[in-house]
Design a protein around this ligand. Structure first.
Ligand SMILES: NC(=O)c1ccc[n+]([C@@H]2O[C@H](COP(=O)([O-])OP(=O)(O)OC[C@H]3O[C@@H](n4cnc5c(N)ncnc54)[C@H](O)[C@@H]3O)[C@@H](O)[C@H]2O)c1
Length: 297
């Protein structure tokens, strides 16, 4: 599987996991636009060196790449990045929304600015960049978007702001997958785990290379990949699906508080989880279950 003739934008590709995506896609013959604002882990400062050194590394290995230093959380930055990519390589086939920051405070000491910073980079950034790139992705015969979420979406007491933004990314991807089904663009998400400055020097993750994550991202970015609206966990060589689903639940007429209490175990039993592809599919299933109620005595 290679990317001959394809152009990919990778945001936040100056370091860590994004750098690894850029190197792998370039190795597999894609033209790669290496975007990075060059901020610290919390999103402060600006540095042109990370993006430029990744481009130098790709070019030295015989690949094709161009650096960009836009802030993807702004509409102007996103537009500039997309315009630059189109001018340089003539179109966009692949967008990897990877740029990220991490701030952690125990709740209720999490300031709202923390939440805003995380939402701005992860959610608004992915929204703006995908919006700017969409007309070009539609024109590609195999437009692909890969979003970056996190296990933080499952909830952690230190990561309220980060986890909220990463859960938002999954919602954004679900909506864009519905649009993508109409427009011929595949939109999927990864929840990576890899040893970078963001994951903290935790020895448990020493062997979790960014490259293992990039293999999954490259698959999702490839024209052969027919998935849409799927979230894959990737880390340490393991790949698995993360899905939002609904239990079979309990249905009856004239539901009372006692009925809810009496059936709470059935209501919460995820043994028969239904994972809808989109909201329309969700409502079809929901209405089907409610109409079963009418057949009850
Ligand atoms: N490392 C992990 O285990 C892990 C786990 C879950 C999710 N993630 C996610 O994976 C992605 C990459 O993380 P990483 O570990 O490589 O982190 P990293 O800090 O090493 O790299 C992130 C890069 O994004 C860039 N960036 C930040 N804000 C930007 C902006 N507004 N515009 C352009 N570039 C910007 C930074 O300069 C940095 O180079 C992030 O979205 C992160 O939340 C990482």
């Amino acid at each position: 599987m290679n990317f001959e003739g394809r152009t990919a934008i990778v945001s936040g590709a100056g370091r860590g996991i994004g750098r690894s995506h850029a190197l792998l896609l370039a190795e597999l013959h894609a033209h790669v636009v290496v975007n990075d604002l060059g901020v610290d882990r919390e999103g402060r400062g600006v540095d042109r060196v990370p993006a430029e050194s990744v481009v130098a590394e790709i070019v030295a290995a015989g690949g094709s790449a161009s650096a960009n230093h836009s802030d993807v959380s702004s509409a102007e930055g996103a537009a500039e990045l997309v315009e630059g990519a189109v001018q340089m390589f003539g179109g966009i086939d692949i967008l990897i929304n990877n740029a990220g920051v991490l701030t952690g405070h125990d709740f209720p000491f999490t300031p709202v600015d923390d939440l805003r910073r995380n939402l701005d980079v992860h959610l608004v950034g992915a929204f703006e960049l995908t919006r700017a790139a969409w007309p070009h992705l539609r024109m590609s015969d195999a437009g692909r978007v890969v979003m970056t979420s996190s296990s933080g979406l499952f909830g952690d007491l230190d990561l309220i702001a980060y986890g909220s933004a990463k859960a938002g990314v999954v919602g954004l991807a679900a909506g864009l997958a519905a649009v993508g089904a109409r427009d011929g663009v595949g939109v999927n998400t990864i929840a990576p785990i890899a040893n970078t400055r963001m994951s903290d020097p935790d020895p448990v993750f020493d062997s979790f290379t960014p490259r293992d994550v990039s293999a999954v991202v490259a698959y999702l970015a490839h024209s052969d990949c027919q998935l849409n609206g799927v979230t894959l966990a990737a880390g340490g060589g393991r790949v698995a699906r993360i899905a939002i689903g609904e239990s079979a639940g309990h249905v009856q007429q004239d539901l009372t508080i006692e009925d809810v209490a009496d059936n709470i175990d059935t209501i919460c039993d995820t043994g028969e989880l239904f994972v809808p592809n989109d909201m329309a599919g969700y409502f079809r299933a929901f209405l089907g279950r409610v109409s079963d109620r009418k057949r009850l005595p």
